[in-house]
Ligand binder design. Structure first.
Ligand code: ADP
Ligand code: MG
Length: 683
């Protein structure tokens, strides 16, 4: 199998110079990669309906015999229309095709076929337009549907996959050793690949799918556990002194119990009291739980110990905000904080880099720019990444590579259920901030249909008149073709129709960093009263005077994203509100909106999210910074994840470096999974 990952896709019949790049585009430049490109859906042809029983307007299979030979007619613009009538013995159905001259050869009178398509028409006159079809005796039970791209249909992909399966070596070596497969009841790789693409039955598909999900989660868990082992290969050379009392004296507020606990746990790691290894810790806290103060405490202790810290944020806005709050807090104590972002002018950048290199800057805050070639520290002892789900495992370790095995603190903005966190951040220890600073009020949340939007604007107006500010979140930047609200159009309409005298700003990802920064600055200074924005404000932004957030097309967002967005308000002492505008009717969307209205607790919301959508949804998105997973997104229960983790632990306990011959396949697969994430060092 491994060698198929070096076999170019052109090896397959029907894939020439023209199609090869298209296969590359869908992620299958090689035969091996094609086999790992699983269908996105299936058509179940195994239980055909009698015509009278078939549901209307939903794709379904019907078994019927051609009773009149196909008739061809030319209609306008030379279009070829082919019609035929089929019957299941009790009822007739008219079948129509467009521009397919082969139909008369393919559909023979008196023969029985399966037709797969959407039924329409009336009770007495059923019709099906351009169905898929196959002779009844040779029709497949289940058909794969691949994600297609222009010039590459699902059917062509499926033909290529059929050939690729024939190239599998025989016997095929399975990276999952026999005993492992037996104890978890998993099928062989060959069966899995054959049936994920061309399932014999729906049951066989399930068997294949559960093995492939298990396998992917297993590789992931093993990779993460190995990363953890690797970070523990060397003991830490950065013993940090505990200066927390000095830091507490600088703070304008007392820390919460949870913040103190997190600082305590981190300092135990960093002082070398808990273990000789460098710290690798995740701080999980709900929005507004005060993660920044925890990071600041650690940076302070590092600076007092004569060493440097780096803090990396996912956006320029956030980096700037952290820079400002850290400088305000720590500069009076004589600690120097620097800011490095991509948009810095060259001369300024050079000056900063110099001061980082000679150690004058003790805390360097920045964006990805911190990972740049020219950035080198004199003595980097602590790396902090904020809102970690935006950063991959690879970036985390790239930054760590700038120091000599520094301590690592990862701050996650999105609460995830503890069980899931322990698995996903398998390489990190976890501290949880489960307490909000005192005086915070719950954000009142309402879901309203769009026809009540005018009343919501009245509500915004009352807040603005009292000097508070509002966010409005739209899914698009520019006017689109559908019903989705766009930042630009929306802001224009607000100015014209509703708030002619109010200062309205816009913010979206297509603006230049400088512009974004300026808008954000004006918003935090209170010069802008309504900020119409895409979800770029989602993460971290802190403007305590903002009291209302209105979210358009709220059905578009997942629970944790809605919770993040809502976290932009209720950050000060004023009573704040969140208005979710949605006309969605589907049960899942409604359930999400209900959860939002019922609770403000991020951890509870995360549990609900997990219950509503299963853990796969988490792997299905690209929010977690994990390697690119292909099928784990289908994992529908925690049980699989738990088993995969158990298996990963047990294998690594017996064979930590995976050097036994029966683990050779496993080792290769883990390396391959993490190679895409730019991670190396799996050997
Ligand atoms: P998050 O955990 O979402 O990153 P921040 O660190 O941005 O939260 O903190 C949110 C706000 O709460 C900031 O304005 C911060 O100054 C304030 N804050 C943090 N800790 C406390 C505390 N213990 N008491 C009062 N306010 C606090
Ligand atoms: Mg934050």
């Amino acid at each position: 199998m491994a060698s198929l990952f070096h076999t170019p896709i052109q090896t397959l019949k029907g894939v020439g110079e023209k199609r090869a790049p298209l296969f590359g585009k869908i992620g299958a430049p090689t035969v091996g990669a094609l086999l790992r490109l699983y269908p996105r859906a299936y058509e179940d042809w195994s239980h055909p309906f009698p015509i009278a029983m078939a549901p209307m307007q939903v794709p379904c299979p019907i078994r019927a015999t051609v009773v009149s030979p196909p008739r061809e007619t030319r209609i306008r613009k030379g279009m070829l229309l082919t019609k035929t009538v089929v019957s299941d013995g009790a009822h007739d159905m008219e079948v129509t095709f467009f521009n397919n001259p082969y139909i008369p050869n393919l559909l023979r009178e008196g023969q029985e076929y399966l037709f797969y398509g959407k039924l329409s028409g009336t009770l007495t006159r059923r019709e099906m337009t351009v169905p898929e079809f196959a002779p009844a005796e040779s029709a497949p039970a289940v058909r794969p549907i691949y994600k297609q791209t222009e010039g590459l249909s699902s059917r062509i992909i499926s033909q290529a996959v059929r050939q690729a399966l024939l190239l599998l070596p025989d016997p095929l070596e399975d990276p999952l050793p026999d005993p492992l497969r037996q104890s978890y009841g998993l099928c062989h790789l060959r069966f899995a690949l054959e049936n994920i693409h061309f399932p014999q039955t729906m049951q066989a598909l399930e068997t294949a799918r559960s093995r492939l999900i298990f396998e992917e989660l297993l590789f992931l868990q093993m990779g993460l556990l190995q990363l953890k082992q690797r970070s523990r290969r060397e003991t830490s050379s950065h013993a940090i002194a505990d200066h927390r009392e000095g830091f507490y004296a600088l703070l304008p507020f007392p820390l919460t119990g949870a913040q103190k606990r997190a600082i305590d746990q981190s300092l135990a790691d960093m002082t070398g009291q808990a273990s000789p290894w460098p710290m690798s810790r995740l701080i999980q806290g709900d929005v507004g739980s005060g993660k920044t103060a925890v990071a600041a405490a650690l940076c302070y202790c590092v600076a007092r110990s004569g060493k440097q810290s780096a803090l990396m944020a996912p956006t320029e806005i956030l980096a700037r905000q952290h820079f400002q709050s850290l400088s305000a807090l720590l500069a009076p104590a004589g600690i120097s904080v620097g800011l490095l972002t991509g948009s810095l002018p060259t001369a300024k950048r050079r000056a900063i880099l110099e001061q980082v290199e000679d150690g004058r800057i003790q805390i360097l805050v920045g964006t990805h720019a911190l990972l740049g070639e020219g950035v080198s520290f004199s003595d980097l002892a602590l790396v902090v990444t904020d809102e970690q789900h935006r950063f991959g495992v690879a970036q985390r370790s790239a930054l760590a590579g700038k120091g000599n095995n520094p301590h690592l603190l990862v701050m996650s903005a999105t609460p995830i259920p503890r069980t899931l966190a322990l698995m996903i951040y398998g390489d990190l220890d976890v501290s949880i901030l489960d307490e909000l600073p005192p005086g915070r009020q719950k954000v009142d949340t309402y879901a309203i249909p769009s026809r009540k939007r005018d009343r919501a604007f009245g509500f915004l107006r009352r807040h603005i008149e009292q000097g508070y500010q509002c966010y409005i979140i739209c899914p698009l930047v520019e006017e689109g073709q559908n019903d989705l609200a766009s930042v630009e159009g929306y802001a224009a309409r607000l100015r014209e129709e509703y708030f002619p005298t109010v200062e309205i700003g816009i913010l979206h990802g297509k603006m230049r960093p400088k512009e974004k920064e300026r808008v954000m600055e004006r918003f935090s200074q209170g010069e802008i009263s309504i900020l119409v924005s895409t979800t770029v404000v989602e993460v971290g932004v802190n403007v305590p005077n903002a009291a209302v957030i209105l979210i358009e097309n709220a059905e578009r967002y997942g629970l944790s994203q809605l919770h993040q967005l809502r976290g932009r308000v209720g950050r000060g002492t004023v009573k704040s509100s969140c208005i979710l505008v949605s006309d969605a009717q589907n049960e899942e969307a409604l359930a999400r909106l209900r959860v939002m209205c019922q609770t403000n607790d991020g951890f509870q919301i995360a549990e609900e999210d997990l219950r509503l959508r299963g853990p796969g949804d988490f792997f299905g998105t690209n929010q977690h910074g994990l390697p690119n997973l292909k099928i784990a997104g289908m994992a529908s229960n925690m049980e699989t994840l738990r088993k995969a983790q158990e298996a990963a632990r047990s294998i690594l306990r017996q064979d930590p470096s995976l050097s036994r011959p029966e683990h050779r396949g496993l080792r290769a697969q883990i390396r391959q999974l993490f190679a895409q994430a730019g991670e190396n060092g799996f050997n």
